[in-house]
Ligand binder design. Sequence first.
Ligand code: ZN
Ligand code: ZN
Length: 162
Amino acid sequence: MTDAADISAQRANGEARRASWDEYFMAIARVIATRATCDRKHVGAVIVRDRTILSTGYNGSIRGTPHCDDAGHMMEDGHCVRTIHAEINAVIQAAKNGTAIEGAAIYVTASPCWNCFKAIANAGLRRVVFGEFYRDDRIFDVARALDIELVHLADATMPEAR
Ligand SMILES: [Zn+2]
Ligand SMILES: [Zn+2]
């Protein structure tokens, strides 16, 4: 995986092109994911408008309650439901701070699950850039119908040494 440190090291060596804005914000989302507290999946999200970060989130327990790492997962239908997902936490952080996010983009290391996609759509986010595909392909048709841009930014498109 190419991360921000790799990009800057390659740049210092004159080996890599400059990161695009999409790559830049996705690299930040990957760093944010390192704070996640459910090891079934570490996900990070960044909400951006006009190349400015408005809010961030990672998947974690309800504030003040134990983490999966300490208390174990809370399994339901094969998924851990202890955590609030990264995308929802980024929307919540914006709400707590009174930051308007309508019309913004969200960068997320894994494609939104159905619940997160619904929240993203109703929060007025217009562009979703995701790293790996996660689990729900209903988002593709609905995004198209709502004119929300969905972009898959795979690791392979990150700057590489040449
Ligand atoms: Zn968990
Ligand atoms: Zn989700």
